[in-house]
Design a protein. Structure first.
Length: 189
């Protein structure tokens, strides 16, 4: 019933959901571009509509309200970005200890324009030896879904080029807030 309702709401608002989910049991799902609060709402409706259950990382302050338990029920994992912690190691361990796991991350890390993407998603996938799938929100064409995936080879420059090629033509709700698809080379070394 919930899946039908989510599909109907997406169609009502003019969205077309692309159902290209990878057949893997475990993968990192990156979502971009992330330029609006609407991204979360439309993204979660799409996940319900296409039957995608996933865990997702978000800043801990989103969970400090009455909706915190609901967000956790829908897969939210709070991350306190003020505390230097081993999120990559924790998430890698979560993958290693799970039979099935899809971990959603918005590598831009914020709705504001950023100079660099956060590279944690890459190192989680590389260390856990799982693919990276590309979730997208194309507001210009009202298309949303999972379009492709790749398996990181360890050459971050080559792998980021694959990601850049995929997201190059996709426009967020506020294209002026989209940053370039790139990471700092030494961020997690």
């Amino acid at each position: 019933m919930l899946q039908f309702l989510a599909s109907a709401l997406l169609r009502l608002f003019g969205w077309h959901a692309i159902q290209g989910l990878p057949k893997f049991k475990k993968y990192v799902l990156i979502g971009a571009p992330h330029t609006s609060n609407w991204d979360f709402i439309v993204g979660m409706m799409t996940a319900l509509a296409i039957g995608l259950r996933f865990k997702w990382l978000a800043k801990h302050t989103l969970f400090n309200n009455p909706f915190g338990p609901v967000l956790k029920f829908f897969g939210g994992i709070p991350i306190d970005r003020r505390v230097r912690s081993s999120v990559i190691e924790k998430m890698t361990e979560m993958f290693n200890n799970s039979e099935r796991l899809v971990l959603g991350i918005t590598p831009e890390g914020t709705r504001s324009k950023t100079e660099y993407w956060k590279s944690g998603f890459y190192y989680i996938a590389l260390n856990a030896k799982v693919p990276v799938a590309f979730a997208f929100l194309d507001y210009e064409n009202k298309k949303i879904g999972v379009g492709d995936y790749f398996i990181p080879c360890g050459d971050i420059d080559a792998d980021m080029q694959i990601i850049r090629n995929f997201y190059n033509a996709i426009k967020g709700k506020r294209p002026d807030k989209q940053g370039e698809v790139r990471v700092r080379r030494k961020e997690y070394n």
